[in-house]
Design a protein around this ligand. Structure first.
Ligand code: NAP
Length: 244
């Protein structure tokens, strides 16, 4: 039946590139999205054109029931959940002193609680399989902090703690859990930043270019592969050297 990868937030940006990477690697793909069905269907068609099966599933990852239903559906359609990529994420940037409760909670709910919801649901399936690879997308902001991102940095730092704990709890069952910390990657999420901010970010990148979604997808593909079987509980950066 082939291996299956479930990619949250797979309809756009980094998640889309990850879905396509797994399709190239021969995985069947479940593409999760929040509301943009048109974009999700496009990614489904792009995956199918690479010769694999692909389905879409609308679920708000912050909702535990929806996350569980998504994992259940993935397992029943494809017969296994071999890889989970927790990629769905949002920003609500603003200086901490002016940040609203809502902006703080929304970001924690989607980025951190959402990752937990999907990880917990998928690890139950992977536990029975006695195998699995989980890759959580964190951020350089979660490692080094970032002005204007108290909510986002806290959520992404939380993802790192969650990754390390899950790696310890699941290792005995042959499940690897790692985190990937992208730097500045050109997607819809970063498109909203001003040219001035983008220029400043570029100055902080030793490799002197902004990242592409494919740069992240290549690392995620490696972590899911047999070549990474002895790697767990790690945070790998794909940031052009922003944090060294
Ligand atoms: P993006 O272009 O804004 O795409 C976000 C994706 O997440 C979309 O597929 C969206 O679905 C989905 N999504 C949003 N909220 C969701 C929810 N509550 N439930 C389920 N899906 C949801 O973002 P991106 O730049 O590709 O970022 C992807 C991940 O990388 C995020 O975790 C982000 O924090 C992280 N990251 C990005 C950068 C960067 O520079 N871009 C850097 C570091 C880390 P819809 O299409 O339905 O809206």
């Amino acid at each position: 039946m082939g291996k299956t990868a479930l990619v949250t937030g797979g309809s756009r940006g980094i998640g889309r590139a990850i879905a396509l990477k797994f399709a190239q690697m021969g995985y069947n793909i479940m593409i999760n999205y929040a509301g943009n069905q048109e974009a999700a269907l496009k990614v489904k068609a792009e995956c199918e054109a690479l010769g694999v099966k692909a389905e879409i599933f609308a679920a708000n990852v912050k909702n535990s029931d929806e996350a569980q239903a998504m994992v259940k559906e993935t397992n029943s359609i494809f017969g296994s959940v071999d890889v989970l990529v927790n990629n769905a994420g949002i920003t609500r940037d603003g200086l901490m002193l002016r940040m609203t409760d809502e902006d703080f909670e929304d970001v924690i709910d989607v980025n951190l609680t959402g990752t937990f919801n999907c990880l917990r649901a998928a690890s139950k399936v992977m536990f029975k399989q006695r195998s699995g690879k989980v890759i959580n997308i964190t951020s350089v902001s979660g490692v080094g902090g970032n002005v204007g991102q108290a909510n986002y940095a806290a959520s992404k730092a939380g993802v790192i703690g969650l990754t390390k704990t899950a790696a310890r709890e699941l290792a005995a069952r042959g499940i690897n859990v790692n985190a990937v910390a992208p730097g500045y990657i050109e997607t819809d999420m970063t498109d909203v930043l001003s040219d001035e901010v983008k220029g400043k970010i570029l100055e902080s990148v030793p490799l002197k270019r902004l990242g592409k979604a494919e740069d992240v997808a290549n690392l995620v593909g490696f972590l899911a592969s047999e070549s990474a079987d002895y790697i767990t509980g790690q945070v790998l950066h794909v940031d052009g050297g922003m944090i060294i």
